[in-house]
Design a binder for this molecule. Structure first.
Ligand SMILES: *[C@@H]1O[C@H](CO)[C@@H](O)[C@H](O)[C@H]1NC(C)=O
Ligand SMILES: *[C@@H]1O[C@H](CO)[C@@H](O)[C@H](O)[C@H]1NC(C)=O
Ligand SMILES: *[C@@H]1O[C@H](CO)[C@@H](O)[C@H](O)[C@H]1NC(C)=O
Ligand SMILES: *[C@@H]1O[C@H](CO)[C@@H](O)[C@H](O)[C@H]1NC(C)=O
Ligand SMILES: *[C@@H]1O[C@H](CO)[C@@H](O)[C@H](O)[C@H]1NC(C)=O
Length: 474
């Protein structure tokens, strides 16, 4: 107000219309270039037109470039760069190592179990057939249950909790493992390995809860253990090849592709890690544009587990089992609310086994599920935004014939191969910060104006003009 009156005092003798006067008062003080010349009282008419043309072309350029900037911002392109090539491996936990015998059960415990669960002599052959099927069971191999449907006595065993029975029969830490060492120190196998369910049944796990880290690199510096085959105690009816299965995964992930090991073959597994993350700017994108999900985004995942691609796939498998057979095989998954499969449901899993084989990620359906009538699993699971990839190099050494241990045990050595992790970062090519900077630059280039000029313009339109109107017309 003071400003306006002081300017009025400055040009009291002006004969112009009051509106133009008001504008010229504004332009004399404001810093949007061009306006000043346009409204300068003594400017000649011809020059005024030229200035107006110049101002219009500058505005045109400003609007056009702003449009291009907005378009570029809208496109939200992302790019991935190597952000660190020397991230120390001690920043992550040593991988979880899950070990299983391909014959999951210690068969010499069966008589004990029969006694404990009151299995009659009549039920005994069927009970053993069920356990033999469980001995070789893994996800996508439900055909082992195929012949159970026709059994007349099936319903007399239906009340049994086979998840519990199989867990009791599974190899214990001192039966499956020996000579364990961690960081070259020998340790008690039962102190470092725990029972764990996995898509292969009841197995043993190292490091899931403790999440020990390691900076040691090289053979023998990680986890070493002897895996015992115990062939004499295997289920007699399971004729599948003998050996072991390993899973190497990061903590909080439910499963990974299995590594199969043969008896009489020592194995060294060298691990390198690659870490990939999306920076926080990308979280403004929706997950479809970003093509990843971060921990806090709600999506299908195992109960009480964070979102991880593998956990989403595991949950998806459960949902498909529920869809096809109204139950989920709880032996493979962490405890959840899904209805567990009972003995009578298992033949349904066998009948639907081929549907549970076909597994399609988004965009892969055309390759995985060939015919339209063929059913399969469609899991629209996305990558997680912070993902650790463990790369395993597997070196197998056949034990020399003379030294081959009659009991078929093998030495396993899991160790880091490199001291550092390669880190990739994905970020927005063009964030809102870049947008503001570019827009500021083009405003400056075309009109020479700044935030202060914009505030002045706002002040003029919101305070000066209303005040002017009020004094003239009120
Ligand atoms: C087995 O039978 C005995 C006696 O017949 C009974 O006391 C016990 O509770 C039964 N156990 C189970 C698991 O059914
Ligand atoms: C079967 O046993 C498992 C393992 O002990 C347990 O988690 C589950 O709740 C049991 N299921 C039923 C239906 O009792
Ligand atoms: C298998 O189970 C039996 C009975 O519990 C036990 O005596 C035996 O030691 C176990 N086998 C091995 C290899 O430990
Ligand atoms: C699953 O349950 C539904 C409804 O209870 C039933 O109609 C269907 O036949 C069941 N499917 C199987 C495979 O048992
Ligand atoms: C298996 O054989 C090796 C070599 O003969 C022996 O050191 C080891 O103790 C044996 N293990 C068992 C459980 O018999």
């Amino acid at each position: 107000i003071i400003r306006l009156t002081s300017f009025k005092l400055a040009w009291p003798q002006s004969q112009r219309q009051s509106w133009t006067q008001l504008l010229s008062i504004y332009t004399a003080g404001a810093h949007i270039h061009g306006f000043y010349q346009l409204f300068w009282p003594t400017m000649r008419q011809r020059m005024r037109i030229l200035w107006a043309l110049a101002l219009m072309s500058a505005c045109y350029v400003l609007i056009y470039v702003s449009y291009l900037l907005a378009e570029r911002f809208q496109r939200r392109t992302i790019h991935t760069i190597v952000s660190n090539s020397h991230w120390p491996i001690s920043s992550i936990a040593f991988p979880v190592v899950i070990v299983c015998n391909k014959n999951r059960l210690n068969w010499s415990r069966v008589p004990l179990i029969k006694q404990r669960y009151n299995i009659s002599d009549k039920q005994s052959p069927l009970f053993e057939r069920v356990l033999s099927a469980y001995d070789a069971l893994q996800f996508q191999h439900f055909q082992v249950f195929a012949e159970l449907a026709a059994e007349p006595l099936l319903h007399t065993l239906n009340h049994l909790n086979f998840t519990q029975i199989v867990t009791e029969l599974a190899w214990r830490c001192d039966e499956l493992l020996a000579d364990c060492s961690w960081h070259t120190q020998s340790v008690d196998c039962c102190e470092v390995f725990r029972p764990r369910r996995v898509l292969l049944g009841a197995c043993l796990e190292f490091n899931e809860l403790e999440q020990r880290a390691s900076i040691e690199v090289g053979k023998g510096k990680g986890l070493r253990a002897r895996l015992m085959l115990n062939a004499a105690l295997h289920a007699p009816a399971n004729a599948l090849p003998k050996g072991f299965v390993l899973n190497i995964l990061e903590p909080t992930v439910w499963f990974n592709f299995p590594i199969e090991l043969l008896p009489h073959t020592n194995v060294d597994i060298g691990i390198t890690a690659v870490y990939h993350y999306y920076d926080e700017n990308t979280y403004v994108l929706n997950s479809k544009q970003r093509e990843c999900l971060h921990e806090n985004e709600q999506f299908k995942t195992l109960q009480n587990f964070n979102y991880m691609l593998e956990n989403c796939q595991a949950e998806c498998q459960q949902l498909y089992m529920l869809r096809y057979c109204n139950c989920s095989l709880d032996l493979f998954y962490p405890p959840s609310n899904h209805k567990p499969c009972q003995l009578a449901d298992l033949s349904c899993l066998a009948a639907n086994n081929q549907h549970l084989q076909n597994y399609a990620e988004p965009g892969e359906e055309a390759f995985v599920v060939q015919r339209e009538t063929e059913k399969g699993m469609h899991c629209d699971c996305q990558l997680n935004c912070k993902s650790l990839t463990l790369l395993t190099d597997i070196y197998e050494h056949v034990q020399p014939i003379g030294v081959q241990q009659q009991n078929g045990s093998i030495m396993m050595d899991v160790y880091y191969k490199r001291k550092d992790i390669l880190v990739y970062k994905t970020s927005l090519v063009y964030s809102w910060l870049d947008l503001i900077v570019s827009f500021g630059g083009i405003c400056q280039l075309c009109l020479g104006c700044s935030i202060i000029s914009l505030i002045e313009l706002c002040y003029f339109t919101l305070v000066d003009v209303p005040f002017f109107c009020w004094t003239r017309f009120a």
